[in-house]
Design a protein. Structure first.
Length: 91
């Protein structure tokens, strides 16, 4: 399987864990950055994005510094309710 197919399957898998009463918030245009689903006791599942992939995608149109600032304010800093996505930082 190619990486695009893997990412597509990962998003499909993630959305299968969605609570129909609390749909997961999905960042438009970042399907290829989905890392999985975060499940937490007593809370609805949320989409988890790979922070490094999000930054790389942003850097197609801006410098690394601009990408970090945009990410911090507009993506990481956005609260849209209990299904707000999270971001994973891998070592």
């Amino acid at each position: 399987m190619n990486s695009t197919m893997n990412k597509s399957l990962l998003l499909e898998f993630a959305l299968q864990h969605e609570d129909p009463d609390n749909p997961m918030v999905k960042m438009d245009g970042y399907d290829d950055c989905v890392a999985g689903v975060c499940i937490r006791f007593g809370q609805v599942p949320i989409l988890c994005y790979d922070r490094a992939r999000v930054i790389q995608k942003l850097m197609k149109d801006m410098t690394e510094e601009e990408a970090e600032e945009w990410f911090g304010f507009n993506q990481m800093g956005a609260w849209v309710g209990e299904t707000t996505p999270c971001f994973i930082v891998k070592p």
